[in-house]
Design a protein around this ligand. Structure first.
Ligand SMILES: [Zn+2]
Length: 461
């Protein structure tokens, strides 16, 4: 059995980085993510450095472009990694945008340096079509091939199948790295299909102990929030991350507005107040061939799911300030999507400061709120409570709602199905990318699944 070293993302949900040891001189790296939130150490500089030997790494394979899976790429390049960076075709389009942003935030503001990095990155990116085998190592000791399959998490996301064959013994082993798996019925993306088989499975477990409400329930909550905004002349503030969730939400909003066919609904403005989210939305639009069947149907009917008439993008900071003031004063019903997703900085803060005190407005959380963030405080204390923003105490009179299903992660049932639907189940499962409770719960669920089948499994968590 081939060894796998987890350099990150094994005990927490961020910093994903796994090294598959093919032999003493060859290895593959799967993801190279940034540690965030509680996983990040105080002395983060040391944590960011690539502290392991990269001389054996034949290739880096990227499962998707979320920062907790690709954010340490600049450090990997700085450490001298010259090998191919393999990813799906949509990821190859999204990755340079993500890295540019990551460089600006955490690495350097020097435009020349950023440019150099980007050029190097573009030279090393190798995009591989979904479902096709691609050879990553071939030498006297053996061969390793990889195949990327759709993971339904964000556009371009994949899970990775690695097929290894030792030259001398002809011994074969198949390893699957799940990356982040999406939930079925996610807007825009087709659901992931399980691989045929594997020997070892590295499985994410973010929601290993939870079940999401279904899409219909989520849409109902979203619809209700909008109806309230229309009735009160209020704004629905949605703190959201740039990639994935924002586009899913826009897609759902277009659907809800289209169904309503009501004149009042056409007065509703949908505002994306984040230049970065707007850039990602643009690339999402260019990647239509990768959308799912439902989205394709909307297109053939002449609809524009990510570019509809009432959608506005706010670019400059002046424009942003004007929008905050305009919405706070006019009572024009609107939905505003702005970063950061956990209200820990970004443009959403100005909206919150201007509108939390007014009962006409609402905050709608569509993602996980980390402990210690203002987002968590608003979610926890809700209407009638208060929150401290920039040292200022702000009373919460606005409504507060949370929808948990837009996180684009498979829940417990989906994770179990991923294993169940394989023809031949893995004998070893390594649970990663989940907190301890999630991993332990999923572990016991998987164990009883195997037991019922009378099969043995080793689960490392
Ligand atoms: Zn992700």
């Amino acid at each position: 059995m081939l060894d796998i070293i987890h350099h990150g993302g094994a005990t927490g949900v961020t910093g994903s980085c796994h090294q598959l040891i093919l032999n003493s001189e060859h290895s593959l790296l799967i993801d190279c993510g940034l540690f965030q939130g509680e996983d990040a150490e105080k002395d983060s500089f040391a944590q960011l450095q690539i502290e392991f030997d990269i001389s054996t790494v034949q290739a880096l394979i990227i499962t998707h472009v979320h920062i907790d899976h690709v954010g340490r790429l600049p450090y990997l390049l700085a450490a001298g990694f010259k090998g191919p960076i393999i990813c799906s075709e949509p990821s190859a389009k999204l990755l340079p945008l993500v890295i540019e942003d990551a460089l600006k935030i955490g690495f350097t503001r020097n435009a020349q340096l950023i440019q150099r990095f980007q050029e190097q990155l573009k030279q090393q990116i190798v995009s591989v079509p979904y479902g096709k085998w691609h050879r990553v190592a071939h030498n006297t000791i053996g061969t390793a091939r990889i195949k990327l399959k759709r993971a339904g998490h964000i556009l371009g996301s994949c899970y990775v199948e690695v097929a290894c064959q030792a030259a001398e013994t002809n011994e074969k082993e198949r390893i699957v790295f799940s990356g982040d798996l999406g939930a079925p019925h996610a807007p825009l993306l087709p659901a992931p299909k399980s691989p045929h088989c594997c020997d070892q499975l590295v499985l994410e477990s973010t929601y290993g102990n939870r079940t999401h409400p279904d899409r219909r329930q989520r849409r109902a909550v979203l619809r209700k929030a909008i109806e309230q905004a229309l009735a009160n002349g209020g704004t629905v503030m949605v703190p959201a991350f740039s990639i994935g969730r924002t586009q899913e939400l826009l897609y759902e909003l277009e659907g809800i507005i289209h169904e309503a066919k009501n004149h009042q609904w056409s007065t509703l403005e949908i505002i994306v107040d984040s230049p970065l989210a707007a850039r990602f939305t643009k690339v999402y639009r260019e990647l239509k061939p990768y959308w799912d069947d439902e989205a394709q149907k909307r297109l053939t009917r002449g609809r524009h799911p990510l570019n509809f008439a009432s959608l506005y993008t706010v670019e400059s900071h002046t424009e942003h300030e004007q929008t905050v003031e305009y919405l706070a004063k006019t009572g024009r019903p609107a939905v505003v999507i702005a970063a950061s997703g956990m209200c820990a900085g970004g443009r959403i803060m100005n909206y919150l400061k201007a509108m939390l005190g007014d009962a006409r407005h609402q905050v709608l959380f569509v993602g996980y709120q980390g402990a210690g963030t203002p987002g968590r405080a608003i979610q926890q204390y809700g209407q009638g409570g208060w929150v401290e923003i920039d040292g200022q105490r702000i009373d919460i009179n606005a409504g507060v709602t949370s929808i948990s299903g837009y996180s684009a992660h498979a829940d417990q049932r989906d994770l179990l199905n991923f294993v169940k639907r394989m023809r031949r189940w893995p004998h070893t499962i390594r649970l990663v990318h989940g907190d301890q409770t999630a991993r332990e719960t999923l572990k016991s669920e998987l164990e009883s699944l195997y037991k019922r089948k009378g099969m043995r499994v080793t689960i490392m968590s």
